[in-house]
Unconditional design. Structure first.
Length: 83
């Protein structure tokens, strides 16, 4: 699970976040907030799915990491329906 910042097990309602990987990143607290919301969303949705764009992407690009400094990454319409 190299590079993974966290994961959720929706059916067990369990979240693991790798803070040691996040704390060395630029804007670590912003990234941590996004990781927490991402994983909590998996638990609330009750499924282990990802979106092509936004907060629920499986891997954030360097551009995503820059964008989240200025505003939260958005949910897709499908994510909002599942919430």
């Amino acid at each position: 699970m190299s590079g993974v910042l966290g994961y959720a097990m929706p059916y067990r309602r369990h979240i693991t976040i790798f803070f040691d990987r996040i704390e060395t990143m630029q804007d670590a607290w912003t990234v941590l907030g996004h990781v927490m919301v991402h994983e909590i969303t998996h638990i609330i949705q009750g499924v282990s799915r990802h979106s092509d764009t936004g907060l629920m992407k499986p891997h954030w690009s360097s551009r995503d990491l820059v964008e989240m400094r200025y505003k939260p990454l958005p949910f897709t319409r499908e994510d909002l329906i599942l919430l």
